[in-house]
Design a binder for this molecule. Sequence first.
Ligand code: PNW
Length: 506
Amino acid sequence: MNFIYFHCFILFISLHGVISNRRNVLDSRICFADGFSFGVATASYQIEGAWNVSGKGEGIWDRYTHAHPEIVVDRSNGDVADGSYYKVKKDVALLRELGISFYRFSIAWSRILPNGLSNYVNEDGIRYYKELLAELRRNHITPVVTMYHFDLPQSLQELGGWTNPIMAEYFVDYARVLLDTFGDEVKIWLTFNEPYTFCEDGYGGIEAPGANSSGFEDYMCGHNVLRAHGMVYRMFDKEYRKKIGGHMGITLDFSWLEPATTSEEDQQAAETARQFYFGWFAHPIFSKSGDYPPIMRSMIDANSKRQGFYHSRLPYFTPEEVKMIRGAYDFLGLNHYTTYLIKHGSRRLGVQPSFVDDMNVIKFQKDEWPKTNSSWLKVVPWGFRKALNWVRLNYRNPKTLITENGVSFERGLRDTKRVNYIDSYLRALHTAIHQDGCLVVGYAYWSFLDNFEWTRGFSERFGLFEVDYQSPNLTRTARLSAKYYTNVAKTGCLPNNFADYTYNTD
Ligand code: PNW
């Protein structure tokens, strides 16, 4: 068995439920199974920089941050970011130091296809990712590759971006280039990162491309992204699986949504919210019946009618599309950061029509929950366990890879709060696996490095490594959490001597 196959084997044929034999009977540490993998995650626009170098085409985040610097809190952009485009050797050396077994990164569509279309391939883009893959291979780190992490080529945005049904076909062409070019090296693929986030925030809100058309364009985007995902998965299954092997999934984000009270109304509202926020993309792919969640279908259809539309604002799939999309996965990539409380929205809320209005719930967080440097992110580890169990119960316990979990705090290397966050979330994950039976095969911390956090610029730092944006070579320095995570990745166990990571600096 060659090396890459071996790693995929280890990652995916997980020794689910088998307690690690790394320790002896007197060892009371919490340990993950031997087959469980630890990794870290990043995304192209957030770390690469080199936005217009060596033939790369313009992406929507290039255009958006240049045209509207005021949208980003510190008026920054990803022009330079972490300069990872120039630091393949350095970054992989740090990954190796971490002792992790996989690295999740994304490919910038416009670096490979500058115009978004497959008739012109940018050789330097291919060179860059090939170099990265070769370096990972040399260091025995398995690549997990996201095809699309928010950065559509600007030329395709001019055609309406994800609101245009033809985007699904262009995405298939792009995926074909990736599978043909990198399929020998990459065996674990994710089509999309967080369609909810880029459809709702990008087409329903003010993240790039900033369409700000909630209740319309967000649903169009979601519809075409689901079609695109299904089409790429079917192509992979039919034309590539036998030839190159591998596994394909999609990454969805799921913040746990807990009813604010025990009232029937709030329980109902929380379940509706889960179906809207997560089921929107999960139900068509992972449920037995496929298609949009019934509650989403009926509420948006009814609202559309009441608002005087002849057609529902939520598009309909053809029966063939339902079938194509249903079951289009080998595994689920899950991003989880935080938890919200949900109350029934007894009055119509804000703008009509909109996604939030369609759902008719009120979402908030408890003031007592520990704060972080991201306004949306409170530390609630028990929500992770609940989210994983909801997935297990609703979608027949799919094989799951945690593709992101992480937290932002202020600058500084003594990040004891981050160590606490990771440790508490890993404990919740361990319980979900070993007590509840959730089939989770690996975990990636977000993020490897501090990076460009979209409209929050460089103000929110998620890295295990701090990046000094003042220094000309963008110096990376390990935080305490890097030391903690290295220990976890190397031993597969959560340390008992937690104090080592909370009070000492070296
Ligand atoms: C993720 N929420 O998005 C993205 O995949 C990353 O690119 C990003 O850097 C990371 O989070 C940290 O911000 C999310 O509100 C944005 O729960 C918001 C939420 C979750 C994920």
